[in-house]
Design a protein. Structure first.
Length: 667
C-alpha cells in the first residue's frame, strides 16, 4: 500500500516516470511519451503498493505478472524496471530504441529483464494476461494444499482504448469472465485519445457495461492521477471473485502544459521547448536522465522483493517436505523440462504405430499421439476453438476447464485469435505446454499470435486440421490453399504436415521437445495410408525430410508432404512400370529440413537430378527446392465445393498428371 507515503514523494515518483519517458523519447527522437506520462500515477499505485516481484530474480516462480498491453508506451515499463532495481541501467534508458539495446521500441520478453511478454500489437497483451491468469488458477488448483498456497499471485495489465477496440480483446475478456479469473486485474487508461485524435468519432462503447456483461467486476470512474484512489481500487479488486477492470480517467501526456490531452503527445518527441515547459510545470528540477537519491530510495523494490521471495522459499521448503513429489513436479514444469522417460514414451508410441499400420486421417493419428503422450505429460493443456470433435484434441482422461472446475482441456469457443494469444500467455507463464486447434483455413485469424509466439521463442503448439482441398464439400471458404506456404515464411516457426501415423507421432514429439519456439501441426481430414519405413527412416523424420523410397538408378526426385505422399508413392510405382526410376522424399517439415547440414540435404535431395514437388497448395514456395528447371504439382487457384476425390482429380492430383510432369522434366 502507498497510504504511508507522503503526497510529495508520491508526486516525485510519478514525475520521475514522466521525466525519464519524455527524455528517452526525445533523445531517440522516436517513441510514445503520451501513455507513460498519463499512466505514471497508476504505475505508482500498482508497482509501489501491490505488485509483488523481486528485481534481483525476475524469474521467481510466484511473482506477480505485469503486462503493458499498450506496448507503445514502453518507456513507462522501462522506467519502472530501472527505478525499482532491475538490471536495466540508465545507459540502457538513454539507448532507448537503438540497435541491440535492452530498451526496444516495444517491450520484448527475453530481451529486457522483468518484461513478461512482447507487446505492441494492440489487444494481444491483455489476451496474454488472460492466459497467464488462467495458468495461475489451474496450477493453484493442482498444487496448492490447504494453507500451503505456493502458487498464489496476480496478473496485472495496463491497456488503452486501442486494445479495447481490437476484436481480440472481446474474445479474451469474454472468456476471462466466464472462467472467473479473479486474479486478473486490468487497468483501462481512459484518456479518450488515439493516434487520429479524440476517439468519440470512432469509439463510443460503454466499456464498463461491456465488461460487466462479460462477468467482470468493474470499478468505475477512478481518478487515474490520484495514486491513492487507484491504490484503493486495487485493494477492492483483490476481494472480488471475478476479474476486475479498473476504469482510470486520465489525461494523455499529463504534465505537458501545451500538449497534454491531445493526440500530438501520443507518438512523437515533445521537443526541447516543451520538455523545458514540462520540467517547470511539474517542478522537476533535474537534468535529463538524472534521478535524485530520495526518488531512487522510494522506488527501490529489491529489499521487499527479496523478503517476499524468501518467505515463499520458506513456505515452499515446508511444502516440499510434506509433498515432495508435487514440489518436484512443479519445479520441473516451471523450468520447462520434460519427464525423464519422455523419449521412451515417444518410442513406444511410434512402435505402436508401426505395429498397427493404420490407414487413418492424420487428425486421428494426432489424437492417438496426444493419447499416448498425455499420461506422461501432466503439463499438456489442450483445447479447441469450438471444433473439438473435428480437431480431435481431446483424450480419454482429459477434463474440461470451467469457471468452477480445474482441468486440462479448454473449450475456447469460436475465438481462434483469442485462443492463440491466450495459449501464448499460458506458455509465457510456465507450467504448461498449451496446444489448441482449429481448421487450417482459420489460421488466418490466428496469424499474428502465431507470429508473436515465434518472435518470443515460446513453446506454443498450434494444431490445424482439414488441411487442403481434401476438406471437400465445404468448398473454397474452408479449403486451405495458401496457408501452409504462408506460415513457412514466419521465422522461427516449425511447420509439420505429416503423411501418416508414424510421422504424426514424430511431429508431435518434435514439437513437444522444442523449447526455443512454436510449432504448427497440420493434419488431414481424410484417411491416409500407412507408409513402411526402416528404423533409420523413422529416426530421420526428426530431421524434417528424408528418403522414403529410393531407387539405385533414380532419374528424378519426387518431393511431397502430407496427403500427397500417397500420390508420390503411387506415381513412383507407375513410373517404374514404364522404366523410369525415381526417388520419393517425404518432407513433413521444410523448416526443420532447412536447418540440416548441407551434406544431409544433398544426400536426401540428390545432386543433379530433376525434382518435382507435389503439394495440394500454392506452387511458388516449392521452387526453392526444385529450381526453375523443376516442376510443381500444386494448386494456384481457390478450391471448389465437391467430394474430396473429385477435387483431387479436377485439380490434377493424379498419377497420370505426376507421370506426365516427370516425363516433361526429363525430356
Amino acid at each position: 500500500m502507498i497510504s504511508s507515503l507522503q503526497p510529495a514523494i508520491i508526486t516525485k515518483m510519478a514525475s520521475a516516470i514522466r521525466a525519464l519517458s519524455m527524455d528517452a523519447v526525445q533523445k531517440a527522437n522516436s517513441g510514445h511519451p503520451g501513455a507513460p506520462m498519463g499512466m505514471a500515477d497508476i504505475a505508482v499505485a500498482l508497482w509501489k503498493g501491490h505488485y509483488r516481484h523481486n528485481p534481483s530474480n525476475p524469474q521467481w516462480i510466484n511473482r506477480d505478472r505485469f503486462v503493458l498491453s499498450n506496448g507503445h508506451g514502453s518507456m513507462l515499463h522501462y522506467s519502472l524496471l530501472h527505478l525499482t532495481g532491475y538490471d536495466l541501467s540508465m545507459d540502457e534508458i538513454k539507448n532507448f530504441r537503438q540497435l541491440h539495446s535492452k530498451t526496444a521500441g516495444h517491450p520484448e520478453v527475453h530481451v529486457t529483464p522483468g518484461v513478461e511478454t512482447t507487446t505492441g500489437p494492440l489487444g494481444q497483451g491483455i489476451t496474454n494476461a488472460v492466459g497467464m491468469a488462467l495458468a495461475e488458477k489451474l496450477l493453484a488448483a493442482e498444487f496448492n494444499q490447504g494453507d500451503l498456497k505456493i502458487v498464489d499471485h496476480y496478473t496485472y495489465a495496463f491497456m488503452g482504448d486501442g486494445c479495447l477496440m481490437e476484436g481480440i480483446s472481446h474474445e479474451a475478456c469474454s472468456l476471462a469472465g466466464t472462467l472467473q479469473l479473479s486474479k486478473l486485474i486490468a487497468f483501462w487508461d481512459d484518456n479518450g485519445i488515439s493516434i487520429d485524435g479524440h476517439v468519440e468519432g470512432w469509439f463510443t462503447d460503454d466499456t464498463p457495461k461491456r465488461f460487466e456483461a462479460y462477468g467482470w467486476n468493474v470499478i468505475r470512474a477512478v481518478d487515474g492521477h490520484d495514486a491513492k484512489a487507484v491504490d484503493a481500487a486495487i485493494a477492492a479488486a483483490k476481494t472480488s471473485a471475478k476479474p476486475t477492470l479498473i476504469c482510470c480517467k486520465t489525461v494523455i501526456g499529463k504534465g505537458s502544459p501545451n500538449m497534454e490531452g491531445t493526440h500530438n503527445v501520443h507518438g512523437a518527441a515533445l521537443g526541447d521547448k516543451e520538455i523545458a515547459a514540462v520540467r517547470a510545470h511539474i517542478g522537476w528540477e533535474y537534468a535529463p536522465f538524472e534521478i535524485p537519491a530520495d526518488v531512487y530510495a522510494a522506488w527501490d523494490a529489491k529489499a521487499d522483493g527479496a523478503k517476499a521471495e524468501a518467505e515463499w522459499n520458506t513456505a515452499f521448503a515446508a511444502y516440499s517436505a510434506k509433498f515432495p513429489q508435487k514440489a518436484a513436479e512443479l519445479t520441473r514444469r516451471m523450468k520447462g523440462d520434460l519427464p525423464a522417460n519422455f523419449d521412451e514414451v515417444v518410442a513406444n508410441a511410434i512402435a505402436a504405430c508401426v505395429e498397427k499400420k493404420e490407414n487413418i486421417a492424420t487428425r486421428k493419428a494426432s489424437q492417438n499421439a496426444i493419447q499416448a503422450f498425455a499420461p506422461s505429460l501432466p503439463e499438456f493443456l489442450g483445447g479447441s476453438a469450438d471444433l473439438t470433435g473435428s480437431n480431435l484434441t481431446n483424450w480419454k482422461e482429459c477434463v474440461a476447464v470451467r469457471g468452477n472446475q480445474a482441468g486440462n482441456h479448454i473449450n475456447y469457443g469460436v475465438r481462434e485469435f483469442g485462443m492463440s494469444a491466450i495459449m501464448n500467455g499460458i506458455a509465457l507463464h510456465g507450467g504448461y505446454i498449451p496446444f489448441g486447434a482449429t481448421f487450417l483455413t482459420f489460421s488466418d485469424y490466428s496469424r499474428n499470435a502465431i507470429r508473436m509466439a515465434a518472435l518470443m521463442k515460446i513453446r506454443t503448439l498450434f494444431v490445424f486440421t482439414h488441411d487442403s482441398i481434401g476438406l471437400g464439400e465445404d468448398g473454397p471458404t474452408h479449403q486451405s490453399v495458401e496457408h501452409v506456404a504462408s506460415m513457412r515464411l514466419i521465422p522461427n516457426l516449425d511447420n509439420w504436415r505429416p503423411c501418416d501415423t508414424v510421422e504424426s507421432a514424430a511431429a508431435w514429439a518434435h514439437a513437444v521437445k522444442r523449447n526455443d519456439g512454436p510449432s504448427t501441426l497440420i493434419f488431414s481430414r481424410q484417411n491416409l495410408p500407412y507408409q513402411e519405413r526402416t528404423a533409420q527412416q523413422i529416426a530421420d523424420i526428426q530431421r524434417g525430410g528424408y528418403v522414403l523410397q529410393d531407387a539405385a538408378d533414380a532419374k528424378a526426385v519426387l518431393i511431397a508432404t502430407g496427403s500427397e505422399i500417397e500420390l508420390a508413392v503411387k506415381s513412383a510405382a507407375a513410373l517404374a512400370e514404364q522404366g523410369i526410376a525415381v526417388r520419393v522424399v517425404s518432407m513433413p517439415s521444410t523448416d526443420v529440413f532447412d536447418r540440416q547440414d548441407a551434406a544431409y540435404k544433398t544426400a536426401v535431395l540428390g545432386k543433379g537430378l530433376p525434382r518435382i514437388a507435389i503439394e495440394a497448395g500454392v506452387t511458388d514456395f516449392w521452387y526453392k527446392y526444385v529450381g526453375l528447371e523443376g516442376a510443381v504439382v500444386g494448386i494456384d487457384t481457390f478450391g471448389e465445393s465437391a467430394p474430396a476425390g473429385v477435387l483431387f482429380k479436377y485439380f490434377g492430383f493424379t498419377v497420370e498428371n505426376v507421370v506426365a510432369k516427370v516425363k516433361a522434366t526429363l525430356a
